[in-house]
Write a protein that binds this ligand. Sequence first.
Ligand code: UD1
Length: 338
Amino acid sequence: MSILLAGGAGYIGAHTCVELLNAGYDIVVADNYSNSQPESLNRVKELTGKDFAAYEVDVCDKDALREVFDREKIDAVIHFAGYKAVGESVEKPLMYYRNNLDATLSLLEVMQEKGVKRMVFSSSATVYGMAEKMPLTEDMPTGGCTNPYGWTKCMIEQILFDLAKSDPEWTLVLLRYFNPVGAHESGRIGENPNGIPNNLMPRVTQSVIGKIPPIYITGTDYNTPDGTCLRDYIHVVDLAKGHVCAIAYAMENKGAEAINLGVGRGCSVRELIRAFEEATGEKVPCSDGPRRPGDAPVSYADAGKALKLLGWKAEKDVVDMCRDAWRWQKNNPNGYDA
Ligand code: UD1
């Protein structure tokens, strides 16, 4: 069984490569390295002792994609290829809509041409917008996103649901990720954000090594137990294993399903920072600051559907997430650059 990972050299993609290879799947990667490095794939090979083909291809380029499908035997696709920086999407909405929608449509059209009708898509909990009822279940309404990045996820979900309705041969699994953090426990692959990171965990690790200035806890007056926002942080290796289960599911089922991948518990910013300090013995340089515009006070998953349909649940805790994120950061202060 051979799986094409579009955007497979990125943070979640590389971890998924490892888990698929360890589970006995063959893989093929297509990535234009616009926000990733081929070095991540070298490390996947080193970690697994397995080889695979990687094509430097822009997923928006249908001719290049056709060539990949002609050269390789592909049974299903995992679609990670897309821009993902929330702030940048507000500044460059056209770039985000063009790239994320185009990549998806090109991939789906070529898959249809080649008769490969199984896709697992990287969606996001961001599709729930500013929902107030927790935990978030997959049947809750989507939309009301606060930025173009989030809207691209919503729009792509709609495209996938419409496609499944039009043709019962398709299997489309929409994985709604909560907050992926951490790194492979080897410390060889991890998150390698471009420039100054926006997300909490890479900001924590980079502030500790002094790469960025001390951070702020953005909002301490929310209506939550300690006043800081609650998020459902999930270890990237658990998330990657969720993709392996989604692929197994896609081999046996038809239709479109949205499935949350989260732990199912809200963890506050203060709690995460405390866990980091306990797990690593390092002090996180931080102070209380104002709210960050567009932040939902609370977001966590009902993870029941993933257990029921995929037989998957997260196993690692916040201490594992912090310890592994720190090991990666310490061992690779410049990411994949030597
Ligand atoms: C953000 C995006 C979301 C995207 C996800 C990817 C927004 C509004 N949402 O989610 O669309 O799918 O990243 O992982 O940007 N925080 C601090 N100090 C900091 C940075 C963050 O206290 O320096 C807090 C935030 O207020 C938030 C929590 O940490 O409460 C997590 O923030 P972050 O890692 O950016 O994730 P989300 O905002 O949940």
